[in-house]
Design a protein around this ligand. Structure first.
Ligand code: AGP
Length: 610
């Protein structure tokens, strides 16, 4: 997930683009750049690796004058963070500059084709194919050149394009990745989201898929990618400029909870698009023969990532039928594990920098395990030290409490498990199709769950003053209970325990009393009846219960005091959907308690010490 901006008007383009990129830095910050069409008709490109501050410094040292420009802050997806991979990318003659957010799925074949046609590639990115395609079709009409280029593109894009031949025009277009056009007086803007233009205007056009904008200082022409005019009413941004980075959300955590549907779609892009087709996992770096000869899988991680690893362990054994285990990274080292031949370590980490996890990775590698990591931050330490990496494509996660990274870690692991089950013939074609279909449905179901937020808030209002909580689950949803409890305790400071429901009668049930609420994850599946029994045990001791149940369930509302409803899905993927109401429950309880939700006390986003 990257951030793009563009400006055409009377101000200095570098000033406007830098300020806009600052508002988008949450979208990615491993490299940044700006291209400006200067008054003398040349195109000047400034790019840096690292934070946006490095770009500001570079422009201070070597100012670039011009009132037309595009800018970009990168969240690397293809090609490591480096100056040469950062955007804007330019045509070989240096006349056209382009910034891009999204993933071009057919970039490899386009790159080969364009190379054969004589275009020279300098970066490892998918984006570069777009600017060379535009150049290929360019004959003086930049908009028409992009329309023709778009016909060759598969995948997601939001682009901003400028050409030194025409200092009075900027072109922008979108497919799947977000894009807005800011409407000014004698000036106009483009950006990945409204926050980046709010400083200068509250009027924007929200661009839809396969639409484009041809923009001058005094006009904005909206068309589809065939060139047909598009009618669109301007949208008035309802919130003030300073709320921009959070896109109008009160906290980053809330914003990231709401990013999950889009992030899930981006995670699936290029990997799974049709339930009848096998899964494509670029970066896994494992041959079919290696997958078939696997004898054991070991998941290791910390915190929320560990809970995703626990789900992965369950899925790997259930579907791929490979003996599996999941261990806390700090504990794995402490037990000096025996690693058999044919062992695969799956290392899970949002940041890719967690010290305990990195040390566990090294230990397993040293003992002969093959290492594949499931990571969010591209080119992070854990990614670099792995034999294979499957990125979760969540985009930067700023809130200390991990939310979108968790559901995307599970989704990414489920893709790996489904691929292994397919290659090893461990699941029937029907089971695989059903699993892939269920995964493809998750973004839509996540959106449905977010639309029920007010219902969750009403439940939070009933329980936010409780001093203690218990989260119960079984089977694939035991990790869901553990994760729900972690979310609550780390942002609300209410003591909460995630526990195996089957273990309740072996001690913890002594805790049950009226001011301890219990969340019981009781979705239809292998352990449903037992979960109902556990709810009854709690109720018999006057403990209030919040049930988590599939839509339409008639038994849970009879048994529990409150219900958090979840759209029906196969039990095996329900840890993705049950996570979202529990994230919202924790968020609203913590907000009602007035907690520092994005930076809870004593915590850091990345624990780089053991
Ligand atoms: C989760 O909300 C916490 N922020 C924490 O448990 C986190 O998941 C853990 O520190 C692991 O971090 P990582 O995913 O970056 O390795």
């Amino acid at each position: 997930m990257c951030g793009i901006v563009g400006y055409i008007g009377e101000r200095q383009a570098t000033e406007v683009c830098l300020a806009g990129l600052k508002r988008l830095e949450y979208r990615g910050y491993d490299s940044a750049g700006i291209a400006v069409v200067q008054d003398d008709g040349t195109l000047e490109v400034t790019k840096v690796v690292g934070k946006l501050a490095n770009l500001a410094q570079a422009l201070e040292e070597q100012p670039v004058d011009g009132t037309l420009g595009v800018g970009h802050t990168r969240w690397a997806t293809h090609g490591k963070p480096s100056k040469i991979n950062s955007h804007p990318h330019t045509s070989n003659d240096g006349r056209i500059a382009l910034v891009h957010n999204g993933i071009i799925e057919n970039y490899a074949e386009l790159r080969d084709q364009l190379t054969e046609e004589g275009f020279e590639f300098v970066s490892e990115t998918d984006t570069e194919v777009i600017v060379h395609l535009v150049d290929k079709y360019y004959d003086g009409d930049l908009a028409e050149a992009f329309r023709m280029a778009a016909r060759d593109l598969e995948g997601a894009f939001a682009v901003g394009i400028v050409c030194a031949d025409n200092p009075d025009q900027m072109v922008a277009a979108r497919r799947f990745s977000p894009l807005v056009v800011g409407i000014g007086e004698g000036e106009n803007f483009i950006a990945s989201d409204m926050g980046a233009v709010r400083e200068w205007t509250d009027q924007v056009y929200v661009i839809d898929d396969d639409e484009m904008a041809v923009i001058t200082r005094d006009s904005i022409e909206l068309t589809d990618l065939e060139g047909n005019p598009v009618e669109r009413e301007p949208y008035t941004i309802p919130w003030p400029a300073d709320a921009a980075q959070k896109g109008g959300h009160k906290h980053f955590m809330h914003k990231e909870i709401h990013e999950q549907p889009r992030a899930m779609r981006e995670c699936l892009l290029g990997r799974l698009s049709d339930p009848e087709k096998s899964i494509n996992l670029e970066g896994l770096n494992m041959s079919e023969q290696e997958i078939q000869s696997l004898r054991k899988v070991v998941f290791t991680a910390c915190g929320t990532a560990y809970h995703a690893g626990l789900v992965g362990r369950f899925l790997m054994e259930k579907l791929a039928r490979i003996p599996s285990e999941a261990d806390l990274a700090a504990e794995l080292r402490a037990r000096d594990p025996v690693v058999l031949d044919g062992t695969l370590a799956i290392v899970v980490s949002q940041s890719g920098e967690t010290a305990d996890t990195l040390v566990a990775l090294r230990e397993l590698k040293e003992k002969g395990a093959k290492v594949v990591s499931v990571v969010n931050v591209v080119d992070s330490s854990i990614a670099r030290e792995s034999d294979g990496v499957v990125y979760i494509q969540a985009g930067p996660e700023i809130g200390v409490a991990s939310t979108k990274a968790y559901t995307l870690q599970i989704l990414t692991i489920a893709l790996i498990v489904a691929h292994f089950a397919d290659v090893r013939g461990a699941a029937s074609e029907h089971e695989l199709i059903e699993l892939r279909r269920a995964m493809l449905k998750l973004p839509e179901q996540a959106q449905e769950l977010l639309e029920r937020e007010e219902d969750v808030k009403r439940v939070a209002e009933k329980y936010y003053e409780s001093p203690n909580a218990l989260y119960l689950g079984r089977g694939v949803n035991l990790p869901s209970a553990m994760e729900g409890a972690l979310k609550l305790k780390e942002i609300s400071y209410i003591h909460a325990e995630g526990y195996s429901a089957g273990e309740m009668k072996h001690g913890p049930i002594a805790l049950v009393e009226p001011n301890l609420f219990t969340v019981a994850i009781a979705v239809k599946g292998d352990v449903y009846d037992k979960m109902i029994g556990n709810i009854q045990e709690i109720k018999a001791r006057s403990g209030p219960v919040i049930g988590v149940a599939f839509d339409g369930d008639t038994e849970i509302p009879r048994q529990a005091d409150d219900v958090l409803w979840v759209p029906e899905c196969p039990e095996l993927v329900s840890p993705v959907t049950t996570a979202i109401p529990l994230q919202l429950l924790s968020y609203h309880i913590a907000d009602m308690l007035g907690r520092e939700i994005d930076q809870p006390r004593n915590l850091a986003k990345t624990v780089t010490v053991e």
